[in-house]
Design a protein around this ligand. Structure first.
Ligand code: BG6
Ligand code: MG
Length: 220
């Protein structure tokens, strides 16, 4: 048996496929400035804050002369494009298998939380009908440091009143796996092996995943 009491989910790329909307918006911004952003480079933007992401994008484009104000304008522009997409989301955008897995967790009395770096998490949860579903939601508005800092997951554990050692995190970003480990939690990667190689277990998606997935963590 495992000692997991609470399950913390990243949002973008785990519950919903908004990671692609982030990529499209950053790529559009890069293209407007005259350079490209590859899907591989985009992996480094996952899990980190909007402004940290912008800094990486600008570094890729070798643009290093912008003022804070100019950067704010760019970040806002990217966010407006991103919001056009998330505002169209519906409960049908919940990734396959997620709904069922969450129901199984609730029935088995696990506590569930969202731990996301996004300031748009509230909008997304509302669009997909999950605004009151989780026992705790910690998002980009509640934290000072983004992943791989453990703050977001520590706050979630604190809100749930569960010891971090008894929490497991589902994450699609390398920075998120690191954040979970920095919080003393187990981490299950959702996605590709090469990106998530530091995770304690990896699933490709939530189709057919049930609570027995935690048994993969026993050896840790
Ligand atoms: C994370 C995403 O969930 O949120 C990152 O993985 C994103 O790619 C970050 O940069 C911040 O999101 P937002 O919505 O506040 O710009
Ligand atoms: Mg993510």
């Amino acid at each position: 048996m495992n000692n997991i009491e609470a399950v913390i989910f990243d949002l973008d790329g785990v519950i919903v496929d908004t990671a692609i909307f982030h990529y499209q918006a950053w790529k559009r911004l890069a293209n407007e400035m005259g350079f490209d952003l590859t899907i591989h480079q985009n992996e480094h933007l996952k899990g980190i804050s909007r402004f940290e992401s912008l800094d990486i994008v600008l570094e890729i484009g070798k643009i290093n002369h912008l003022t804070k104000k100019e950067k704010e304008v760019l970040a806002t522009r990217k966010n407006e494009w991103y919001k056009e997409n998330i505002l169209k989301m519906t409960p049908n955008d919940i990734l396959p298998g997620v709904k069922m897995f969450l129901q199984k967790l609730k029935s088995a009395n696990y506590k569930i939380a969202i731990g996301s770096s996004s300031k748009n998490a509230g909008i997304i949860l509302e669009r997909i009908g999950y605004q009151n579903y989780f026992d705790a939601v910690v998002d980009g508005n509640k934290i000072a440091f983004s992943k791989p800092d453990p703050e977001v997951f520590m706050k979630a554990a604190n809100e749930l009143k569960v010891n971090p050692r008894n929490c497991v995190v589902f994450e699609d970003a390398a920075a998120g796996i690191e954040a979970a480990h920095n919080a003393g939690m187990k981490a299950i990667g959702v996605g590709e092996h090469d990106v998530l190689c530091k995770a304690d277990a990896i699933i490709s998606d939530f189709k057919n995943v049930d609570i027995s997935v935690f048994n993969k963590l026993i050896k840790y």
